[in-house]
Design a protein around this ligand. Structure first.
Ligand code: ARG
Length: 239
C-alpha cells in the first residue's frame, strides 16, 4: 500500500514508458510558441511540471493543429496541450481533462475598419487557423463557408488581413493580444473586437478511455493550483 510520500504506481497507459508525449501546434502564443529551437508557453510549462510530478519526461510533438485528433486517436501522443477548447464534437476522438483556462474568441480587424461588433462582419471574408473554434464555431455564424479562409496558423491569417485579403480574423483572445502588440509596434495597426462570442474552456485531451491519465493530470493540476505554481506559469506568460 502507498505510504503517502511516494506516488502510487502508475496505472495509466503511455505511448512510451517513462515519457509523457504531448501533441501541440506551436504557433499559438502565449500557450505554445518557439523560443529559439525550444517550444515554450503556458501549455508546455504546465505539462512539463505535471510530467515532472508524475515522474515522467515530457516530449512535445509539434504538428498541424488539424492533425491533433487523429494523432491522439492513433495513439501517437498521450495528451493534447494546445489551448484546446472543450467541444463536444472533439470527444468523438478523445476524452478531456478538467478545464484549466477560460478564453474567448476575439475578432481582429484593421484599425481603420468601421466594424464595431460581430454583426458588422455578416457576409464578410473571415480568416483564422484551420480547424479552430474561431472558424468552426464562430466564423460560420457570420458568413458562408466560401467566405471562410483557413490558414495553417493565426499569424498568416493576420498577414492577409493586413494585405487587405480578409475583412477579419477570429482567434482566441490571448494570441489576438500578442498579434495586436507585435503589429502595432511595427505601425501596422489592427484592433480587437472582444467578447463577441461565448466563453470557451481549455482542456487537455487524452486517449479515449485513458481515465487513469486524465485523473493523474487532474489531481496534479489541482495540486499546482493549490500551491501557486499554476498561477506562476500563467503570470509568466499572460500579462
Ligand atoms: N482554442 C481554439 C481551438 O481549440 C484554438 C486552439 C489553437 N491552438 C494551437 N495550439 N494552435 O480550436
Amino acid at each position: 500500500s502507498n505510504t503517502g510520500s511516494e506516488p502510487a504506481a502508475a496505472n495509466y497507459d503511455l505511448v512510451s514508458d517513462g515519457k509523457l508525449i504531448m501533441g501541440t501546434n506551436a504557433q499559438f502564443p502565449p500557450f505554445e510558441f518557439y523560443e529559439n529551437q525550444t517550444i515554450v508557453g503556458v501549455d508546455a510549462e504546465i505539462m512539463g511540471e505535471i510530467a515532472k510530478r508524475l515522474g515522467l519526461e515530457l516530449e512535445i510533438k509539434d504538428m498541424e493543429f488539424d492533425s491533433l485528433p487523429a494523432s491522439i486517436k492513433a495513439k501517437e501522443i498521450d495528451v493534447i496541450g494546445a489551448g484546446y477548447t472543450a467541444d463536444p464534437d472533439r470527444e468523438e476522438n478523445m476524452d478531456f481533462t478538467d478545464s484549466y483556462y477560460t478564453a474567448n474568441q476575439t475578432i481582429i480587424v484593421r484599425a481603420d475598419s468601421t466594424a464595431a461588433s460581430a454583426d458588422d462582419l455578416k457576409g464578410k471574408i473571415i480568416g483564422g487557423q484551420s480547424g479552430t473554434t474561431g472558424l468552426i464555431t464562430c466564423a460560420v455564424e457570420l458568413t458562408d463557408e466560401a467566405n471562410i479562409k483557413a490558414y495553417t496558423n493565426g499569424a498568416l491569417a493576420v498577414e492577409d488581413l493586413l494585405n487587405g485579403k480578409l475583412d477579419a480574423v477570429i482567434i482566441d483572445n490571448n494570441p489576438a493580444n500578442e498579434y495586436k502588440n507585435i503589429h502595432n509596434i511595427r505601425g501596422e495597426k489592427i484592433k480587437l473586437l472582444e467578447n463577441q462570442f461565448d466563453e470557451e474552456h481549455y482542456v487537455f485531451g487524452v486517449q479515449k478511455g485513458n481515465k487513469a491519465l486524465a485523473d493523474a493530470i487532474n489531481s496534479t493540476l489541482a495540486e499546482m493550483k493549490e500551491d501557486g505554481s499554476f498561477q506562476t506559469i500563467i503570470d509568466k506568460y499572460i500579462k
